[in-house]
Design a protein around this ligand. Structure first.
Ligand SMILES: CSC[C@H]1O[C@H](OP(=O)(O)O)[C@H](O)[C@@H]1O
Ligand SMILES: Nc1ncnc2[nH]cnc12
Length: 290
């Protein structure tokens, strides 16, 4: 089993990370193009950590233009085994007010303008996604949130919309009728690609607004989102600091199988695999194809 390296993908308002020693921003090239920015490497409380600002420093890249494959590939190249995704989300439930952290366990992917797989013609794979996030990592996140006394909810369904515009009231009500808890624009295909790359992935969604459905609250604006993110930045920082040593202390391969997701996933017969694809996907498939 590879050494544990914690990856943190910072969402809106989270473009840096505190308290790292041996801090270094590194440029990583991938066969899929450039990640959102350089990646920040370092050590936090004895745990190796790699941080990537999802939208780049200065928030340059909108959700539909994020190079999700390059981002996940770059983290994989730097040895990341477990990814904590930190995301700002709108609430679709009255009982999830701004400031609440939700440890996501399900997604509904309604995005339509994104490349969603590392695989393709010449090397076809179908990974399981029934449990799209890692529950072992989710347990550690929950432990950290409990110890820090941060208001949180374990489990919730994150509706992933294409954006960049926020929803109409009719859309927001539709997602509410589906039982979704929160809404955002970024966690798919990120979570799917992390699974294909055999990395544990878990999302802490920070509720920043009531989207546009709540009769007693203003409709979401960027200003309102950033205000809540800034007000909760301390909690997000404490969560990462508290989580790092817990991740360092976890033992063995993921019992849910995140680290072996490709074991029964590749469909293309050995003699029909495209050598170019195999080369391009080397970092992703070398454990399973040698
Ligand atoms: C500034 S609000 C919209 C923006 O924030 C969320 O991004 P992230 O998950 O990276 O925090 C949301 O999905 C939108 O991309
Ligand atoms: N209401 C909302 N809809 C989509 N993405 C969001 N990110 C934060 N709030 C959001």
């Amino acid at each position: 089993m590879a050494d544990v390296v914690l990856g943190v993908i910072g969402g809106s308002g989270v473009y840096d990370i505190d308290g790292l020693s041996d801090k270094r921003w590194v440029r990583v090239e991938t066969p899929f193009g450039d990640p959102s920015d350089e990646l920040l490497t370092g050590t936090l409380d004895g745990q190796k950590l790699v941080f990537l600002p999802r939208h780049g420093r200065g928030h340059r890249i909108p959700p539909s233009e994020l190079n999700f494959r390059a981002n996940i590939h770059a983290l994989k190249q730097l040895g990341v085994t477990d990814i904590l995704s930190v995301s700002a989300v709108g609430s679709l439930k009255a009982e999830l007010p701004p400031g609440t952290f939700v440890v996501i366990d399900q997604f509904i992917d309604r995005t339509f303008a994104r490349t969603k797989s590392f695989f393709g013609t010449g090397l076809v794979a179908h990974v399981a996604l029934g449990h799209p996030v890692c529950n072992r990592l989710g347990d550690l996140i929950e432990e950290a949130l409990t110890e820090l006394d941060i208001p949180y909810r374990r489990r919730g369904t994150y509706m992933v919309m294409e954006g960049p515009q926020f929803s109409t009231i009719a859309e927001s009500e539709l997602y509410r009728s589906w039982g979704c808890d929160v809404i955002g624009m970024t966690n798919m295909p990120e979570a799917k690609l992390a699974r294909e790359a055999e990395m544990c992935y878990a999302t802490v969604a920070m509720v920043t607004d009531f989207d546009c459905w709540h009769p007693d609250h203003d409709h979401v604006t960027v200003d309102a989102v950033i205000k809540v993110v800034v007000a909760n930045a301390g909690n997000a920082r404490s969560l990462v600091s508290r989580l790092a040593p817990k991740v360092a202390g976890r033992e063995g391969a993921c019992s849910q199988g995140c680290h072996t997701a490709l074991d029964n996933a590749i469909m293309t017969a050995p003699g029909h695999r495209d050598p170019e694809m195999l080369k391009r996907l080397d970092v992703i498939v070398k454990r399973v194809l040698g």
